[in-house]
Design a protein around this ligand. Structure first.
Ligand code: PEP
Ligand code: MN
Length: 284
């Protein structure tokens, strides 16, 4: 990948991105919370539950990229204030999506990490805007994008001066319809051999199915992922977005025990990072 300069593994040692106490690139970071912030009670109850279960960070959308203009679009500023309150109560930092260049600077005053969603991965104006800050960015892979295009988007952000980027594989469109997307687990070790940036997966949007979240999370950890972002709702049936794919707090607590056990095994056996077999012949 000849165009890559700043994000290339050839140019830098592996990067650790710190968000509050969470360290991407130094163990498994678990981000959890609802798809959308719906109310103060909903967000705070969920935040307390995921903290209790062992999450490292919160998630919650205040600006939602919805397929239909008639669907719930998010609470905006009110949602950010609720997220800030959830952070104060739990001590956990939060990631939240920004959709519009005009909102980047002021949202960054609330958020600990700015999410660029799949639908905006190649919104170059938005990439340049988050690149002007030092705020950590969670850059999701576009659903129609190659790994090379995705890494070039990280290059855009870094080229503006912001090196604090975490990549997130969230599934790509394929001919398969049983799952919402096809989670490309191979993107994890592929990114690890190309870039020094941490990479996490989103098995929630990657599958769209509660039953598939845990197995794909375990597969992501085995593949070397630096973290997972998981949707949790106190009552998924009542969620205003993505109700089919949210774990309940109880399910999330059981999930955390399993993923932490595999993480422990991974650390003890030192199979973090990129693969060893074949890496000497990797293509450029
Ligand atoms: C989300 O995380 O809420 C989201 C909309 O994700 P994506 O951009 O991956 O679809
Ligand atoms: Mn969602």
């Amino acid at each position: 990948m000849t165009n890559l300069k700043l994000v290339s593994l050839e140019k830098h040692d592996r990067t650790i991105i710190q968000v509050g106490a969470a360290r991407f690139g130094a163990g498994l970071v678990l981000i959890a919370g609802p798809c959308s912030v719906e109310s103060e009670e909903q967000m705070i109850e969920t935040a307390q539950a995921v903290k209790e279960a062992g999450a490292d960070m919160l998630r919650g959308g205040a600006f939602k990229p919805r397929t239909s203009p008639y669907a719930f679009q998010g609470l905006g500023l009110a949602g950010l204030k609720i997220l800030a309150k959830a952070r104060d109560i739990t001590g956990l930092p939060f990631a939240t999506e920004v959709l519009d260049t005009r909102d980047v600077a002021w949202v960054a005053e609330f958020a600990d990490m700015i999410q660029i969603g799949a639908r905006n991965m190649q919104n170059f104006s938005l990439l340049k805007e988050v690149g002007k800050l030092q705020k950590p960015v969670l850059l999701k892979r576009g659903m129609y994008s190659t790994i090379e295009e995705w890494l070039n988007c990280a290059e855009y952000i870094m080229n503006e001066g912001n090196p604090n980027i975490v990549l997130c594989e969230r599934g790509i469109r394929s001919f398969e319809t049983y799952t919402r997307n096809t989670l490309d687990i191979s993107a994890v070790p592929a990114v690890k051999e190309l870039s020094h940036l941490p990479v996490i997966t989103d098995p929630t949007h990657g599958t769209g199915k509660v039953s598939l979240i845990e197995p794909m999370s375990l597969a992501s950890i085995a593949a070397g992922a630096d973290g997972l972002i998981i949707e949790v709702h106190r009552n998924p049936n009542e969620a205003l977005s993505d109700k089919e794919q949210a774990l309940t707090p109880i399910q999330f607590a059981m999930f955390v025990r399993k993923v932490r056990a595999l993480e422990k095994f991974r650390i003890e056996n030192q199979f973090m990072g990129s693969a060893s077999i074949g890496s000497e012949t990797k293509s450029s």
